[in-house]
Every structure is written in structure tokens, then in C-alpha cells.
Design a protein around this ligand. Sequence first.
Ligand code: FES
Length: 92
Amino acid sequence: MYIKITFSKSNKTIETIPGSTLLQMARDNNIFIPSPCGGNAICGGCRVRVTKGNDLMDVSAEEYNKLSDEQIEDNWRLACSYIPREDIVVEA
Ligand code: FES
């Protein structure tokens, strides 16, 4: 099963097999998402907003540590922790 990831700022849509983090998917497709700590869920610098398809049920402990409750409710995710499992649109 493939899922569709649309990076709205980059105007690019990819189809991929789920299992990778959003940051890895972006890197694999030459889409830049800042990752100051190298994708280790330490800095919070990779936060991105999902505008369609976000599932709040799969927010990770790392994301709860680095994002405020308001950010989580407003569909911000940590790209280095977030593993998309369905079609999404993300501001990146
Ligand atoms: S790259 Fe630092 S928290 Fe994701």
C-alpha cells in the first residue's frame, strides 16, 4: 500500500510505502526540512504543520516533549518523529 505525501511549499507530491519518518521521506526526495539536531528529536527544529490528514492518535512521546499542547492541536508535528500512515498534506 502506498501513501501520498504532498509537500505544499515545495509543490511536490510523492507516493511511498509507509514506515519512514516524514523527515526521511523529505530527504529521500530532496525536500529541505531543517533538522539542527540531525533528526534525533532533541531540538524541535524540524516542526512542520500538517494541513490535511493528520492523525492526533499517533503523536509520539518525543513530539509531546517538544511541542506545546496548542501546537499539537493545531497539527504541528516533529518531522523526525512523525511516521505518516495515510495521505497527508504538509507545509514544507
Ligand atoms: S531534527 Fe531536531 S527535533 Fe527533529
